[in-house]
Design a protein around this ligand. Structure first.
Ligand code: ADP
Length: 568
């Protein structure tokens, strides 16, 4: 039955614990996860935006720089065409002077030549012997006639270093001459090739057919076809960003833009993993925050739930203890009433026996005085017997008086009592007994102890009972010396008066602890204990609105503690 009860209780607490735990964890976890998720989403989005914005910025900046370079070169040629006559330019001496000035302006120029309306190079300054050559059918020559100016793709010149040419048409009457310069690409490919972004960020130029016009750092030889012909479709405005895999399957982020001067495309790209390195850190950070946060919430949940459950079970067990005490108290009251009736019933015949005994004693006395009582051993035995009857009647009388006191507490005159004053007076009554038995008696008293409302003789009875019990227990354990009984008078946390009697006696077993307040329960030999002392104490203290508690350890001693409400 008991086992079943505790099982039930345990199941109840486990279910309750699970519920509280779930609430404790779920309630803070939901907003926490939401905050982390939303924060992470916005962080990710902003990093992606930021990465693409950076690519667009780099692509635009570099496109502008390259275009500026090309425009400047075209501008150089236009200035020459405007500043010098065909005749002047056609003069090799003159053209060399012009070329020298040009090179001072930009060392990128490697040669300069003038072509007559038939496409023959009539004047040339540069490292080759190209004067007199015919270019009428060369694609660049057709291009410059059609467009007014022309920029070629990059090619490897005779010196196997990358070049491109820039040419402009010069109107001379109704004839068209052409001025052409060759430019070493080193001077502008550097601008592109030096772009750095993270570990893998790079930039390069390709022509409309997807052929590299500058070296690509991650593998892409000049003038070879781009192995990833990704963005070489038709022209578009501005910068386009997109993601694509390269030949070996690595994901890249791209930013691509067409030059306006020339059908070259500037491509900026970075490995996605590299570009989003910060993102990976963010992932790790979010995961860490998540793990730590969830761990924190869960352990907090467990901790608080444990505390709540512990408190609940303590309250429950206090409640059941209180119930138990109530049951004991009401049973005691019942027994009290019963024994009161019983004592009353016994008292009457006892009175009669007492008067009969007194009569017998008087008669025997009279006979002795009259000398009619023979001095025989039988007579002596008879007198002894009568004496013994008187003794036992007195004992019975005492017992019934105690029972009646316990039950009814008649003749009570309540008044304000000071325990710190009363206690030493009572202790004085038992000093002699203590001395004789080698028991040390100590009192400590707090002057702040509040007064209580009660009957002085009742309180005295309670205290004497407790002290006597304590001394008996101390003597039982220590014999003629070593016993110690200590009384403490003070105030408890709630402002009630508290009085405790502690001893270093034999202590009370767990089993007996439950029974000591029951009337007639005694462990003392027949004739020494009535078993009524503590039940009387209980009745008195209970009637005064107080409580009496005991704490005891077998072989170490006991402490009886009384609390009484302060007098109003
Ligand atoms: P009695 O003293 O007549 O036996 P009580 O009601 O005063 O009756 O005490 C009941 C029992 O409680 C005692 O017989 C004893 O076993 C136990 N008891 C009471 N006080 C103490 C104490 N201070 N130390 C040990 N046992 C005690």
């Amino acid at each position: 039955m008991g086992g079943e009860m505790t099982n039930k209780n345990e199941n109840h607490y486990r279910a309750l614990k699970n519920k509280i735990l779930a609430a404790m964890i779920v309630a803070p976890a939901i907003p926490f996860l939401l905050v982390v998720a939303v924060g992470f989403y916005y962080f990710t989005a902003s990093i992606e935006r930021e990465t693409f914005a950076r690519m667009v910025r780099i692509a635009e900046d570099h496109r502008q720089a390259i275009e500026m370079f090309l425009t400047e070169r075209r501008g150089d040629l236009t200035i020459i065409a405007n500043s010098f006559s065909i005749a002047q330019m056609n003069n090799p001496e003159e053209l060399r002077n012009i070329f020298d000035t040009l090179r001072q302006n930009s060392p990128a120029y490697t040669d300069l030549g003038l072509f007559n309306p038939e496409g023959v190079q009539t004047a040339y300054v540069g490292p080759y012997r190209l004067a007199g050559k015919q270019y009428k059918d060369a694609p660049w020559y057709k291009g410059v006639l059609g467009n007014g100016y022309y920029i070629s793709d990059v090619f490897l010149g005779y010196r196997k270093s990358p070049h491109f040419i820039i040419a402009i048409a010069i109107q001379d009457g109704d004839q068209i001459w052409v001025l052409r310069a060759t430019i070493d690409t080193v001077f502008f490919s550097d601008m592109v090739e030096k772009v750095r972004m993270g570990k893998t960020g790079e930039a390069y130029l390709v022509n409309a057919q997807g052929v590299f016009q500058t070296q690509r750092r991650s593998g892409g030889e000049l003038l070879r076809a781009d192995p990833e012909p990704i963005a070489h479709s038709e022209r578009f405005e501005g910068v386009r960003t997109f993601a694509a895999d390269d030949k070996s399957g690595d994901a890249y982020l791209y930013g691509a833009t067409w030059l306006s001067e020339k059908d070259w495309q500037l491509i900026v790209r970075q490995e996605k993993a590299d570009a989003f390195r910060d993102l990976r850190t963010a992932w790790l950070l979010a995961a860490l925050i998540l793990v730590l946060g969830v761990a924190g919430i869960v352990s907090m949940g467990f901790y608080l739930t444990g505390k709540i459950i512990a408190r609940l079970s303590r309250i429950d067990s206090e409640k059941s203890q209180l119930n138990q005490q109530l049951i004991v108290a009401s049973r005691l009251a019942e027994i009290g009433e019963m024994s009161a009736g019983f004592a009353h019933e016994i008292n009457n015949p006892l009175q009669i026996i007492r008067s009969e005994q007194t009569l017998i004693s008087v008669i025997l006395d009279d006979m002795r005085q009259a000398g009619t009582l023979p001095q025989t051993p039988d007579t002596a035995e008879l007198l002894d017997s009568v004496q013994q009857i008187k003794l036992q009647i007195d004992r019975c009388g005492n017992i019934t008086q105690s029972i009646l006191k316990f039950a009814r507490q008649k003749d009570v005159t309540p008044q304000e009592l000071s325990l710190s004053q009363l206690t030493p007076e009572i202790v004085a009554m038992v000093r002699k007994k203590a001395q004789v038995n080698g028991v040390e008696l100590a009192i400590s008293s707090d002057p702040a102890t509040p007064k209580v409302q009660g009957d002085a003789s009742q309180v005295q009875q309670v205290l004497l009972n407790l002290i006597n019990n304590a001394m008996d227990a101390a003597i039982a354990r220590h014999g003629a010396s070593g016993g110690r009984v200590e009384l403490r008078v003070g105030v408890d946390g709630e402002g009630q008066a508290r009085l405790s009697v502690s001893d270093n006696g034999v202590g009370i077993s767990e089993e007996n602890l439950r029974r000591i307040f029951t009337p007639f329960f005694t462990t003392k030999p027949v004739g020494q204990g009535t078993g009524l002392g503590l039940s009387v104490c209980f009745g008195i203290i209970d009637a005064m609105g107080g409580t009496i508690d005991v704490a005891s350890q077998v072989g170490q001693g006991s402490t009886f503690t009384i609390t009484l409400p302060a007098a109003a």
